[in-house]
Design a protein around this ligand. Structure first.
Ligand code: ATP
Length: 204
């Protein structure tokens, strides 16, 4: 999977719609302190499904919405879209999007109303987006997205936390979600079978 374009609107300091094309050869983004470099990386993590406001340097998820300045009123929503190209080797996922080619993932948050996701304009669940990225060995917790303070966190990580990082890198993180779903379905089927046995027993 390759990231090709990031669009932001009302996200943190990006009050006006902004577009960042990520062309081959881009090696860095430079700018003065506080101009929003870290906010760009946070926008990528956020659209991939980051659910921890703390890791977005906020106390609640609404804090990603432009909070206003002395001269500009606050916004009521924030929206981030990420255009990615899926490669043939990325796992097919469950969204019905074609196996490879361009896919646009959008996350929008309204103040007080939480987040909603779209893939190629179609409403999807947060879990679908997490799986889409996990199947391509990336996602909000990908070790490829290194934010400030992350290096020391990796060095101090417990073995179980390191294993999660390796699983993400290997592209098998999505399998855990699917296993949990499958186990839930299996338990429901077993409960149905038990109930059926009881009913058959009553009828005999
Ligand atoms: P540095 O080089 O110091 O690490 P940076 O370029 O990475 O800085 P960021 O940390 O991305 O900068 O951006 C910080 C700026 O974003 C601050 O000016 C802060 O006020 C602004 N900001 C963060 N959240 C919001 C928000 N919800 N509304 C408006 N502005 C915000």
């Amino acid at each position: 999977m390759q990231i090709k374009r990031l669009k932001l609107s009302g996200f943190k300091s990006f009050v006006e719609p902004a577009e960042l094309r990520i062309e081959p050869g881009l090696t860095g983004v430079v700018g003065p302190n506080g101009c929003g470099k870290s906010n760009v990386l946070e926008a990528i993590r956020w659209v991939m499904g980051e659910s921890s406001p703390k890791s977005m340097r906020g106390s609640g998820m609404d804090d990603v919405i432009f909070a206003g300045t002395a001269s500009r009123p606050a916004r009521d929503f924030a929206e981030v879209s990420l255009l990615v190209e899926r490669f043939a080797e990325d796992l097919p996922g469950d969204l019905g999007v074609s196996q490879h080619g361009d896919v646009e993932v959008t996350r929008r948050i309204e103040r007080g109303a939480g987040s909603a996701y779209r893939v190629n304009g179609r409403d999807v669940r947060a879990k679908d987006v997490a799986l889409l990225f996990a199947d391509a060995a990336t996602g909000a917790h990908s070790p490829a997205l290194v934010s400030q303070g992350k290096i020391s966190a990796v060095i101090a990580a417990k073995p179980t936390e390191r294993r999660l990082m390796l699983e993400e890198a290997a592209g098998i993180a999505g399998l855990h979600v699917r296993r949990k779903d499958a186990e839930g379905k299996l338990r429901a089927a077993e409960a149905n079978l038990t109930r059926l046995d009881e009913l058959l027993g009553d009828m005999e």
